[in-house]
Design a protein around this ligand. Structure first.
Ligand code: ADP
Length: 745
């Protein structure tokens, strides 16, 4: 019994101990820091400890009793887990993703097995290990690694593309490592190795001392540490000279000893040669820039850096003449935005393209920019010449030219230009219409193509006047068309002069006056017919008057004599007038003919003086010194000239004044003159008196009748006698008209 009691007590104690253990265990599991949950055969969560709930953020009610699938992010993973467990697999650190209440995902590792009783699936026991932060770290690490890899490969690419070699020197044991590119620069194959001593040997002898000094300097822990020099090397084997640029960095230990020397090396032979070339040409370009007005010359190197900026229009193009541009990059020294505009042009020219662009400055002036690649002896582009020229005036002139050209083309007159040698250089559309030739047909041909044979000598007369710089206005002439038609033209011909006044061409404006001419012919014909028809009755009137006058004189009767004398004067005047009209009409038609014969001057002059005196009884007419002179001329025409001069002298002088007509012998020439004491002639009018229909117009002359053809006829008739009319006159004092004839001895 005692045994039993003992045993009982023992069991009781065991039971107590056991229940204590269960309690402890339960508490332990409930409060364990390791999250745990149980899932039954149906996949429902039947229990979870606090750590599990804390991990995912749910309350007991929200979690326990719910299907586990609600909490798995990846259903296929869950399926796999359940499959494995059902087939009695033990899961060890199986990765899964669980959904938290706040929507975030936890990365976990699951350790799990199945609790079976009597072979029956009771539930799973899952231990969840949160590895979210681990996963995150891992991810960051991989990201970092990929980035590192990428940047490394970028660096490698950059180095490859720049042909940058790298080197690594250990000053302690003297090891020298060169990258393949570095070896290539030195003319070595990738497999070949190199020693520091042979590196030193391959520095160009002239640069060796300097390089060694620089290396020493950079190894000095106080001032050194970096190294940046360019110098010449001699390539291995070939000993070819190359220029290199080397950058380096020295690493020191805590005692200030150089333990590593790392750096890069770049072959800059081409750049060096280019800048050498540029330096050589710089002076030349500067001289050009300074001597071409309105120009800005830029020389840029391959990196777009300014080598030269020179010219007299820097300011106009936004460059500051006080700034030192040479050696600077345009991005650093030009106003914002300027380089961006120039950059694509610089790139084009440095790619070898030669081109020009027209642009406007900020002041709206026109510029042309010529971009020319500069090449070395190997035909490689080492820089560019950028020449900006102010073409504002040229542009304006071009615009004006275009306007003028438009006017010329649309003009109704034919406008032709020719060289001083008479070669046609331009031809407008009216010229084509007038002459029938197209511009293509006629440009380059002689102007004589248009001149009829009988007028060819006219050209040389015209040229003579043009060469004196004179302009010929409204010169009426005839020209011949492509289909051999003669047309009447009025030409205005001017010399074309350059800025220094040299005659560089001739311009001709031709107006077709054929129809006007035809009109004139008709008018002349009319005048000729009318004059002729008037002459006959007038002659008979005159003879009747003379008969009556003779009769009256015989029979006496002062009134009749007086009246008939006046009638005779008037018929005489009319006869002169009609004669003038007839002469004019004939002259214009070119139908005037001279009937030259030797005759004595005096009798004619005497008759003329008497007739004039008869016409103008209020004036005194004097005749001087014409005796014994014989001239060879058309007597009637000379008398017509004298009648005109005398009647003008009478018309334009006061009653009571004297008119002197006379002759002066000068060798074989006889000067015949008519002088009056009349109103005189202004200088401005003197030049034009001999033009057809020209009359001086002022108050004084208003009452004097006339047609303005007398002096024109005088001048024209004298031309046929190879002579010309001259005048000397003083206003208010009188005028003398004179001409010369050849005397016959
Ligand atoms: P008209 O006498 O019919 O007008 P002319 O051709 O004979 O025409 O003369 C032209 C012009 O010259 C005249 O209108 C006149 O003004 C001027 N003139 C001509 N002769 C003289 C003169 N002796 N004195 C002053 N003026 C003259």
């Amino acid at each position: 019994m005692e045994e039993l009691i003992k045993e009982l007590a023992f069991y009781k104690k065991r039971e107590q101990e056991l229940s204590l253990r269960v309690e402890e265990l339960t508490d332990f599991i409930e409060n364990a820091s390791l999250p745990i949950h149980w899932v039954d055969a149906q996949g429902t969560i039947i229990w979870a400890n606090q750590a599990e709930l804390d991990l995912l953020g749910y309350t007991k009610e929200e979690y326990i009793g719910k299907p586990i699938s609600d909490f798995h992010d990846d259903q296929s993973v869950l399926e796999d887990i359940l499959n494995r467990l059902t087939s009695d697999e033990i899961l060890d650190s199986y990765p899964a993703k669980l959904k938290c209440k706040d929507g975030s995902i936890k990365h976990v590792l699951i350790n799990s097995n199945v609790y079976r009783k009597d072979g029956k699936f009771i539930h799973t026991r899952c231990f969840t290990k949160d590895i979210t932060s681990l996963v995150r770290e891992e991810r960051v690490k991989t990201d970092l690694l990929t980035e590192l890899e990428q940047s490394e490969s970028r660096l490698r690419m950059a180095m490859d593309s720049t042909k940058l070699g790298t080197w690594d020197y250990d000053p302690v044991n003297g090891d020298l490592l060169w990258s393949d590119e570095c070896k290539k620069i030195y003319g070595l194959a990738p497999k070949e190795t190199v020693e520091f001593s042979s590196f030193a040997e391959h520095i160009h002898p002239d640069d060796r001392e300097f390089v060694e000094k620089e290396i020493q300097k950079s190894m000095d822990p106080v001032d050194g540490g970096t190294y940046e020099i360019s110098y010449r090397i001699l390539r291995f084997k070939t000993l070819e000279v190359r220029w290199i640029q080397s950058y380096g960095k020295v690493y020191f230990d805590h005692e200030g000893r150089a333990i590593r020397f790392l750096g890069t090396v770049l072959d800059i032979t081409d750049v060096k040669q280019a800048s050498e070339q540029i330096r050589k040409n710089e002076k030349l370009f500067k001289t050009i820039a300074l001597n071409i007005p309105k120009t800005l010359i830029l020389i840029i190197d391959k990196d777009h850096r300014f080598v030269t900026v020179e010219g007299d229009i820097m300011d106009r193009l936004g460059y500051d003449s006080t700034v030192q541009y040479e050696g600077k990059h345009p991005a650093d020294v030009l106003p914002p935005g300027r380089y961006e505009v120039a950059k694509p042009l610089f790139e084009r020219v440095l790619a070898g393209e030669k081109f020009s662009v027209e642009t406007k400055s900020f002041e709206e002036r026109d510029f042309i920019v010529h971009l020319v690649p500069l090449r070395n002896d190997d035909d490689e582009v080492y820089g560019a010449l950028v020449m900006s020229m102010d073409i504002h005036e040229i542009k304006q002139a071009e615009e004006n030219m275009a306007k003028l050209a438009a006017i010329v083309q649309s003009s109704d007159d034919a406008i032709i230009s020719k060289t001083v040698d008479g070669i046609i250089t331009s031809w407008n559309s009216s010229a084509r219409r007038m002459f029938g030739y197209t511009a293509d047909e006629i440009i380059g041909k002689s102007i004589l193509t248009l001149v009829p044979d009988d007028r060819k000598k006219e050209e040389s007369l015209i040229n003579e006047r043009l060469n004196k710089g004179e302009r010929i206005e409204q010169f009426e002439t005839k020209r011949i068309t492509k289909d051999n038609k003669i047309i009447d033209l009025s030409l205005t011909i001017s010399p074309v002069k350059d800025s220094r006044g040299n005659i560089i061409g001739i311009s001709k404006i031709a107006r077709d006056i054929t129809s006007k001419k035809q009109e004139e012919v008709r008018k002349n014909d009319f005048i000729a017919i009318v004059s002729h028809e008037l002459k006959t009755p007038l002659t008979s009137i005159k003879s009747y008057i003379q008969v009556l006058l003779a009769k009256a004189r015989k029979e006496g009767g002062d009134f009749t004599i007086n009246a008939l004398s006046r009638a005779e004067v008037q018929t005489n005047k009319m006869t002169y007038m009609i004669n003038d009209f007839l002469s004019l009409a004939r002259l214009e038609e070119g139908k005037i003919y001279l009937n030259k014969e030797p005759f004595e001057l005096h009798p004619l002059m005497e008759d003329l003086a008497n007739d004039a005196q008869f016409l103008a009884s209020g004036h005194t007419i004097k005749l001087r010194d014409c005796e014994h002179i014989i001239v060879n001329a058309d007597k009637d025409k000379i008398s017509q000239i004298m009648i005109n001069l005398l009647s003008n002298a009478i018309k334009y002088s006061h009653k009571g004044s004297t008119i002197t007509m006379g002759c002066e012998k000068h060798g074989s020439a006889v000067k015949i003159f008519v002088a009056d004491e009349g109103v005189g002639i202004h200088d401005a009018d003197k030049m034009r008196l001999f033009e057809r229909f020209y009359r001086v117009e002022n108050e004084q002359m208003k009452t004097v009748s006339g047609f303005g053809i007398g002096l024109y006829l005088v001048a024209e008739i004298l031309k046929f006698h190879d002579s010309k009319i001259e005048v000397e006159s003083e206003v208010g004092k009188g005028s003398t008209f004179w001409f010369e004839l050849q005397s016959e001895e």
